[in-house]
Write a protein that binds this ligand. Structure first.
Ligand code: HEC
Length: 155
């Protein structure tokens, strides 16, 4: 009988300690996910933001349709689980992306998404807006990423 009342006390105590821990945690994470600066503000001078990664400088010439077609094949193979070309899916739609991101930034986002979402202000913001779902590295080569970028130019 004595041991039974001890275990009852234990259950009651652990219930209370769990309860208070729970509220502490949830109020903390609310503060973390709350964000006041819209992405348009973070992205004001977008051509100057080259992102973080292997691509430092990239000048786009005339559109190459053949390379864009190869890029589409790569995109359809690697990216469509999370990206629709023209509508937001898990990740943002790449349609019109060259009007809001520099070519270097796009390449670095494809090649180095982990570091980008940790350190680049625009990518960080996007990770927040995707509710913390991370863009993952698909292990593409720079050449493959360049082909996908060419495809993005046609969208
Ligand atoms: C597992 C899902 C997933 C896959 C697979 C994925 N992405 Fe993403 N991508 C995201 C998410 C989510 C974001 C938004 C940033 C974040 O949350 O990390 C994003 C962001 C991006 C951005 C920045 C978009 C913008 O408007 O600035 C580009 C570019 C991009 N992805 C290209 C690609 C390409 C190219 C591939 C295929 C090689 C690919 N992604 C595969 C989920 C994915």
């Amino acid at each position: 009988m004595k041991s039974l009342s001890y275990s009852f006390l234990f259950v009651v105590l652990s219930f209370f300690s769990c309860g208070s821990q729970g509220t502490g945690e949830s109020s903390g994470s609310n503060e973390k996910t709350k964000s006041e600066t819209p992405i348009s503000v973070v992205n004001q001078d977008f051509m100057a933001n080259k992102g973080i990664g292997p691509v430092k400088s990239l000048t786009l010439g005339a559109l190459d349709e053949a390379i864009a077609a190869e890029g589409k094949t790569l995109f359809d193979g690697y990216c469509v689980a999370c990206h629709n070309p023209t509508e937001k899916l898990i990740g943002p739609a790449p349609k019109g992306i060259l009007e809001r991101r520099s070519p270097e930034w796009i390449m670095n986002m494809i090649l180095n998404p982990m570091e980008m979402t940790e350190k680049d202000p625009v990518a960080k913001k996007q990770l927040e807006e995707a509710n913390g779902v991370p863009m993952i590295s698909m292990g593409l080569t720079e050449e493959q990423a360049r082909k996908i970028l060419e495809y993005f130019r046609t969208l």
